[in-house]
Structure formats: structure tokens, C-alpha cells
Ligand binder design. Structure first.
Ligand SMILES: Nc1ncnc2c1ncn2[C@@H]1O[C@H](COP(=O)(O)OP(=O)(O)OP(=O)(O)O)[C@@H](O)[C@H]1O
Length: 356
């Protein structure tokens, strides 16, 4: 059954629509304050939008358009929300925490505990049933919380940065468990980690300023980003403009040459993106002689160590923020420092051009 939502909430500058097909997991990525949690909370029934509709299959979750207003309470939505913290009932054993969902929908204690054991085994936590939540590590508690959410047999699972509160050793195990249990399930996972998107999601939605900035299949969005946020996650620079024979022309009239997708024949003037890694950018002081192509005057905003290189972050007028990787020796020779005006020159062979 398809999940469909369209909602607006003026107080949070929120206006989004999305559809989730049966069995599909979507990752929601975006900067702080973009509206990711608001999307989950509206879906779960914890925040009420000004207008909109949502349904799972034929079953309405809310209808706030037109004359008839309908609003289902959170526990009637068939939706489970998993937060950053496990939020288990502290006085119940692990087994009874997981059995809680089936119990509250009328299963006998025996049947509910049977279901609980099944879900504990699905999350690799069969050795924990008698413990109290206070006796669990963060990663164990979060796996139990996943089992508790699934034991309620939700039609849609919402995960709000489930790995965020875990240490680096516990996160990979939870990620593996989630990969297994999300297979073939409708789920929306809010995350700041591209690894989650790659491993867990069929599709990615990038949200910015309460709107969907970009969406598509995970690899397409993360390897051919169109939004600056997704480009940042992918570790790429992007410059947008309109398509020409050789590349794109930026809004301030600069030609940016690159390699077109061979399978794609753009119409002239069509909006396009030029994407390139920081390693494709060289840094020069002053004017560059010869071809002015793919060359930007920029102001350095920051320098940081990145692997064995120095990553030079800069602002380039219409081009927005760009970064270049140079060796520490080159950085020292050029005397690079924040506030300096330099020129970024990008190798056109390493620039991919694709439709915006
Ligand atoms: N309880 C609230 N009351 C009023 N405004 C809120 C509330 N929670 C969030 N907002 C506002 O709504 C907007 C979206 O916030 P939201 O928490 O959904 O963003 P987010 O993408 O989840 O951010 P983060 O990554 O920091 O968790 C922001 O402008 C935020 O300030």
C-alpha cells in the first residue's frame, strides 16, 4: 500500500509532498532546521499541519483540506516512530517492552511474548530478554527499540537519526540490523550520514528550508547531486547554469567546460549542473594567462586538513561555495590563508555535466 502525504505548516515554513511505494525506504537528508523532524512528526500525528492530506492505501491519516477535517490519533495510524534515544519502558524487561505492542492490540501474553522473541531474534538481541533497559548498552537498547517498533507490525516505520546517539562501534551493528529489517518495508529514515542512505534507502529526499530541494534514487542523488547540500554530502563542488555545446554557462556569463553524459543530448539553454571533486581544482595567485575557461576568482573562507591534503574552502560569487584540495607544501608555498583572493582553475576533463 502506498503512503502519500502533502502538508503545509506556515509556523515552520513547511510545505512538502511525498509518496512512498510499497516496500520502499526513503532517506531524508538536509541541514539543521530544514524540516526533517517536522516531516516525521506530522506523519506520526505528533504535529498538526495547517492543511494537507495523508493516507496509507485507502486509509486516511488526516484530511485537513476542504470542509471535512479528519485527524487520526498517533496510536491509530499504524505508524511506529523510532527516535534517537531508545525510550524503552524502564520498569519492564526487554521481552515485555517488545511484547507491549502485540499486548496492546489484544494478543494473549503467551502469543505476545512469542512475537517478542521472534523480533528480538531479528535484531540479534535474543540474549537480552530478561534485562531491564538500564542494563543495556546504547546499541543494545536501540536494537530492542527496533524490535519493539516492529512487533507492533506498523505499516510505516519512521526513524529519526537512529544511529546519532550511538558510539562508532555500535552504529555499524544497528545499521546491519536495520538493513535486514527494512528490506521490503515502507520506512522513512532521517539521517546525517550518507552511509545510511547508501545502505538503507532506495530513494533520497534532500530537504532545505521546509521544502524538498531534490529527490531521486539514492545513487543518482548522491553521485549526480543537483542541490548544494547533496553535493556537500557527496564531496563534490557544483556550479549550475545553462547547457552549451561544451559545458554550461553560469548566470554571470562564465563558460564552464566539462564532459557531457554520452547518453544525453541536451536542448540548448536547458538548465544543467557541472560537478567536480575538490581534487580537480588547482589554486593560483593572481591572473591566469591563457585560457580563462573553468577559472573563478574566489575568496578563501577556510583551510582544513583533509586526509593528507589541505582542503581550501572558498566563496566564488555566483558560483557559490567551492573547495580545492592542495598539498600542504603547495598551500605553504602559496601562503594560503582565509580572506585571500585567489583563482580556482578546474580541469575540464574532470567536470561532469548533467541536467539540473
Ligand atoms: N516545537 C517547535 N515549535 C516551533 N517551531 C519549531 C519546533 N520544532 C522545530 N521548529 C522549527 O521548524 C523548523 C524545522 O525544524 P525541524 O526540527 O523539523 O528541522 P530538522 O531538519 O529536523 O533539523 P535538525 O537536523 O536540527 O534536527 C525550524 O525552523 C525549527 O526552528
Amino acid at each position: 500500500m502506498t503512503f502519500e502525504l502533502s502538508a503545509r505548516l506556515a509556523a515552520r515554513n513547511f510545505d512538502m509532498s511525498l509518496t512512498l511505494a510499497e516496500g520502499q525506504t526513503v532517506a531524508v537528508l538536509g541541514p539543521n532546521g530544514a524540516g526533517k523532524s517536522t516531516l516525521l512528526n506530522i506523519t506520526a500525528g505528533l504535529v498538526r499541519p495547517d492543511s494537507g492530506t495523508a493516507r496509507i492505501g485507502g486509509r486516511p491519516l488526516f484530511t485537513l483540506d476542504g470542509g471535512t477535517h479528519q485527524w487520526s490519533a498517533p496510536h491509530h495510524r499504524g505508524i511506529a516512530l523510532l527516535a534517537q534515544e531508545a525510550l524503552l519502558f524502564p520498569h519492564l524487561s526487554v521481552l515485555d517492552n517488545v511484547a507491549f505492542g502485540p499486548r496492546s492490540t489484544g494478543s494473549s501474553q503467551r502469543k505476545a511474548r512469542e512475537a517478542a522473541r521472534h523480533w528480538l531474534s531479528e535484531v540479534d538481541a535474543l540474549e537480552l530478554p530478561d534485562r531491564k533497559p538500564a542494563q543495556l548498552s546504547g546499541g543494545q537498547a536501540q536494537r530492542v527499540a527496533v524490535a519493539r517498533a516492529l512487533a507492533a507490525e506498523p505499516e510505516l516505520l519512521l526513524l529519526d537519526e537512529p544511529m546519532a546517539a550511538l558510539d562508532i562501534h555500535a552504529a555499524p551493528m544497528l545499521r546491519r540490523v536495520l538493513k535486514r529489517v527494512l528490506e521490503g518495508r515502507k520506512a522513512i529514515i532521517v539521517t546525517h550520514d550518507v552511509l545510511d542512505a547508501y545502505m538503507l534507502a532506495d530513494r533520497v529526499i534532500v530537504v532545505e528550508g521546509g521544502r524538498i530541494a531534490e529527490e531521486g534514487p539514492t545513487r543518482q542523488v548522491l553521485e549526480r547531486p543537483r542541490s548544494h547540500f547533496a553535493a556537500g554530502l557527496a564531496g563534490l563542488n557544483i556550479v549550475t547554469g545553462s547547457i552549451t555545446e561544451e559545458g554550461i554557462t553560469t548566470p554571470d556569463g562564465r563558460l564552464f567546460a566539462g564532459q557531457h553524459d554520452p547518453e544525453w543530448s541536451p536542448g540548448p539553454g536547458q538548465a544543467g549542473v557541472a560537478a567536480f571533486p575538490p581534487s580537480a581544482v588547482s589554486v593560483f595567485l593572481g591572473d591566469v594567462h591563457g585560457s580563462p575557461r573553468n577559472s573563478f576568482p574566489v575568496t578563501i573562507t577556510d583551510l582544513e586538513r583533509h586526509g593528507g591534503q589541505v582542503r581550501v574552502h572558498a566563496r566564488g560569487g555566483e558560483a557559490g561555495t567551492l573547495s580545492a584540495d592542495v598539498t600542504p607544501a603547495a598551500s605553504a608555498d602559496l601562503g594560503l590563508a582565509p580572506g585571500m583572493e585567489v583563482r580556482f582553475v578546474v580541469k575540464s576533463a574532470l567536470v561532469s555535466i548533467y541536467p539540473a
